[in-house]
Design a protein around this ligand. Structure first.
Ligand SMILES: Cc1cc2nc3c(=O)[nH]c(=O)nc-3n(C[C@H](O)[C@H](O)[C@H](O)COP(=O)(O)OP(=O)(O)OC[C@H]3O[C@@H](n4cnc5c(N)ncnc54)[C@H](O)[C@@H]3O)c2cc1C
Length: 398
């Protein structure tokens, strides 16, 4: 006879132990609100998944002010600008001068390692290798979810509130009834070919390049490891790309009369990243709330995904704190609308950066020239550069 699932009672049950789920869990625990995080992957896999790298200063403050005590201040690299490169020329944007703000380059996997260490230090209940496969009663005051651990033992989490922090392919999101949900999405006819290389920095700031051959982003990881991307077909096969071919392609996209060339080195990671714009409305149903990529995804061009996830966490944490301390669900009821205001601003910025910097393979020549006109408009106007700088470094949190 099958054994009954073991019951775990808590206040907040969190599905997904990425940056959004762990950050929320950390803040809740600091406020004395009991919670459980259930994560389907293991710690090592997540620690070795390379994704985001750019943190707004408010995201950095959420880590440092809440006592995560990670290495973001000692190992993160503060950046005060970017270089927009088009027609083969560099156009530096100085964020400090334009909007008195900076961003910090600190890899998402390091954010995860720091948050997971903080949860372990504070005896947080984070269960890796456990996939949530069922959500029950989300429309009642006692929502539940089920998962099976690595030993095959079945558990049922009984909570006051459930949070779907389970990323862009969210299982939680799919459990919302069709009658209440609306999805908005854009797919793009290109992807990013990403590499990690053991090479010195090619430039002090990140380079966002528009070229007739397509977009390239020259980003960084450390003094000795660099992250670079170039626009490619979504079906591109990384095995068709030798190191020589990759460097030739990247150099073509940043080439110009100034003779700029990338500093090269051995490539140890190659991957193709498809991307899209997506928003689920509303971000909640009954007692279930979506945060981070589970509720919305942005193309990485604006570096907004992880930052948006943290902004959701802040809004939801304050609503949950109020709910558990006063019994009022007023702020919880306003979570979706408040979080979505920032989500749509970030969607607009990410879409704008993507369309301005990329050239679809079959681009209408008019549209390609128009994008250059737009880049020229932005970089030749202080107001234009301030708009980009303000959006890139992040609007104030609600
Ligand atoms: C190449 C790339 C570059 C990027 N660059 C930037 C950048 O510079 N700046 C930025 O802000 N953002 C960037 N992003 C976006 C950023 O990585 C995401 O927005 C961020 O990971 C969102 O965090 P999250 O916690 O919501 O989701 P995730 O990090 O996806 O975490 C969700 C977790 O839920 C788990 N999970 C899923 N289903 C289940 C289940 N059924 N049961 C239990 N667990 C489950 C998953 O294993 C995962 O660990 C980039 C993304 C990519 C791909």
């Amino acid at each position: 006879m099958a054994q009954a699932a073991r019951i775990l009672k808590t206040k907040v049950g969190i599905i997904g132990g990425g940056p959004a789920g762990l950050m929320l869990s950390h803040l809740l625990s600091k406020s004395g609100i009991e919670n459980i995080v259930v994560e389907m992957r293991d710690h090592e896999t997540i620690s070795n998944t390379h994704r985001a790298g750019i943190l707004e200063s408010q995201a950095v403050s959420m880590l440092t002010d809440s006592g995560v005590e990670g290495r973001v201040l000692t190992h993160g690299d503060e950046h005060a600008g970017i270089d927009l490169r088009f027609n083969g020329e560099s156009h530096p944007l100085d964020f400090r001068d334009l909007v008195d703000a900076t961003v910090t380059l600190y890899a998402q996997n390091e954010v995860f390692v720091d948050l997971a260490a903080a949860r372990a230090r504070d005896n947080g209940d984070v269960r890796f290798n456990c996939e949530v496969t069922e959500i029950l009663d989300m429309e009642t005051s006692t929502p539940k979810f089920r998962f099976t651990d690595a030993e095959g033992v079945e558990f049922e989490v009984h909570a006051d509130v459930i949070v779907g922090a389970d990323g862009s392919r969210s299982f939680a999101r799919r459990q919302m009834p069709d009658s209440v949900k609306q999805d908005f999405k854009v797919t793009y006819p290109f992807a990013w070919f990403g590499i990690l290389t053991e090479a010195p920095k090619s430039s002090p700031e990140l380079i966002y390049a528009n070229s007739p051959h397509g977009f390239a982003l020259i980003s960084q990881r450390s003094e000795t490891v660099q992250r670079m991307y170039f626009q490619c077909d979504p079906n591109e096969n990384v095995d068709n790309w030798s190191e020589d071919r990759i460097w030739t392609e990247l150099n073509k996209r940043v080439a110009g009369p100034d003779g700029f060339e990338l500093k090269t080195g051995p490539i140890f990671d190659k991957t193709v990243l498809g991307f899209r714009s997506f928003v689920r409305q509303p971000l909640s149903h009954g007692r279930m709330f979506l945060i981070g990529d589970a509720g919305h995804t942005v193309p990485p061009t604006g570096a907004k995904g992880l930052n948006l996830a943290f902004a959701d966490v802040k809004v939801l944490f304050e609503a949950l704190d109020s709910f558990f301390s006063t019994g009022s669900d007023k702020l919880l009821g306003g979570y979706s609308d408040l979080a979505l205001k920032r989500v749509w601003k970030a969607q607009n910025f990410s879409y704008w950066m993507t369309s301005m910097l990329h050239t679809p393979v079959d681009a209408d020549p008019f549209m390609a020239q128009r994008a250059l006109g737009e880049l020229d408009t932005v970089t030749s106007s202080r107001y234009g550069m301030q708009y980009l700088a303000e959006s890139y470094t992040g609007w104030p949190h609600s």
